[in-house]
Design a protein around this ligand. Structure first.
Ligand SMILES: *Cc1c(COP(=O)(O)O)cnc(C)c1O
Length: 404
């Protein structure tokens, strides 16, 4: 049985005060909080077996290597990848996307096309623009509708034999829309295009099965799913990872080095130059253990209840508009009060101890679409409560009175 009061005890930060008020943390789409179980793993690493991996004969190095590679296997299992070496440790989603974009530099030519969506995070737009500049390929954009959903018939029409790559986020961080990636992957494959899914926003809520999806690349960040910052993963199909050239040169990624020629290491080390975030990788594994111990079905069901409740309560406030009204949504609510700047609302909420995000959420094209400077975004995690939503609603009402 899911008991949110018990769950909250796992997160030390949730009992602190901010500006004299109990913290209400609704900025989960930017980063999630960390349970004691993961903090303990981090402390244990630095207290007991901190050592560099893969190169030492000594016991600490062996122990660190074993734990790090065991974490890779946990990630493999979680995402249902066929092989552990298809999991590349990265510093986060942005790193994973840049790794793939860089790899495609040598595979694309003028006339080739890359399709992205109108719902993308900047980290999923800029690397493709840079890739197009380098290769002469063209960027095409799947448009969105007023509900914040991709217009899928337009996507189908954008596809052609020139399409080489399709990049879409699984869930939009600005609006919470769940995109129909099963359809997108299937259609793109009919034209031989590779598909990269940005899972930064989906992985905190659902458990993707990369083999069932038949996706070519899938990226995620640990810090949005109860893990540490500076850690993420790239899943790539073995065939694609073999085709792509290494991203960075350095130690760990080589098989043999002479000044005449260097040969590269096998997967996954080919893409893991230098000393990685060893503790981060191990803690990522612990974060997956923690979330799986609660269960993703349980998490999704509870978060949906929070989403429905918050949507209904916020819509009771006059002159409040919610952006992103897709039926397929996770627990993100982007909203504005008529004639009031989101930043001012966010500042008043902060005084009340309520943490929300304000601004364009690294997704300026979406804000341009709605002709707004930004939104107030409240994003919920499984450790939030209805009582906290009541505090938010009261805070928004107060902000409205003070600013109107
Ligand atoms: C947070 C986020 C990113 C960037 O993740 P980093 O951890 O900052 O690299 C990319 N895409 C989406 C949809 C996100 O929510």
């Amino acid at each position: 049985m899911f008991n949110v009061d018990d769950i909250r005890k796992d997160f030390p930060i949730l009992s602190r005060k901010v500006n004299g008020k109990p913290l209400v943390y609704f900025d989960n789409a930017a980063t999630s909080q960390t349970p004691q179980q993961v903090i303990d793993v981090i402390v244990d690493y630095y207290s007991n077996y901190n050592a560099n991996i893969h190169r030492g004969v000594h016991s600490l190095s062996q122990e660190a290597t074993d734990k790090y590679e065991h974490a890779r296997q946990k990630i493999q299992k979680h995402f249902n990848a066929k092989h552990a070496h298809e999991i590349i440790f990265t510093s986060g989603t942005t790193h994973g996307i840049n790794l793939v974009a860089n790899g495609f530099s040598s595979l694309l030519k003028k006339g080739d096309e890359i399709i992205v969506s109108a719902l993308e995070h900047h980290s999923n737009i800029v690397p493709w623009q840079m890739l197009c500049e380098r290769t002469g390929a063209t960027l095409k954009v799947i448009p969105m509708n007023q509900d914040g959903e991709l217009i899928i018939s337009d996507f189908d029409n954008l596809l052609s034999d020139n399409t080489k790559l399709v990049f879409v986020n699984h869930i939009s961080n600005a609006l919470g829309t769940i995109n129909p990636i099963e359809h997108i992957i299937k259609q793109a494959h009919l034209y031989g295009a590779a598909v990269l899914i940005d899972g930064a926003q989906s992985c905190p809520h659902i458990k993707p099965d990369v083999q069932a999806l038949d996706v070519d690349f899938y990226v995620a960040s640990a810090h949005k799913m109860c893990g540490p910052t500076g850690q993420g993963m790239l899943y790539g199909k073995e065939s694609w990872l073999k085709k792509l050239p290494p991203y960075q040169g350095g130690g760990e990624m080589i098989a043999e080095v002479t000044f005449e020629k260097t040969t590269y290491a096998d997967l996954p080390h080919k893409f893991e130059a230098g000393t990685p975030n060893i503790c981060g990788g191990i803690a990522f594994g612990a974060a997956l253990d923690y979330m799986n111990s609660i269960g993703f079905d349980t998490i999704a069901q509870y978060e949906n209840e929070l989403l429905e409740y918050a949507t209904q309560e916020l819509l009771n406030i006059d002159e409040l508009t919610i952006y992103g009204t897709s039926q397929q949504k996770t627990s993100v609510i982007s909203f504005n009060l008529d004639g009031i700047h989101p930043y001012d609302v966010g500042t008043i909420l902060d005084k009340l101890g309520i943490a929300v995000r304000t601004g364009h959420h690294c997704a300026q094209p979406i804000m341009d679409f709605y002709c707004i400077p930004g939104t107030v975004r409240a994003s919920f995690a499984f450790y939030n409560t209805k009582a906290e939503i009541d505090a938010l609603v009261a805070g928004v009402k107060k902000a409205k009175m003070m600013l109107a």
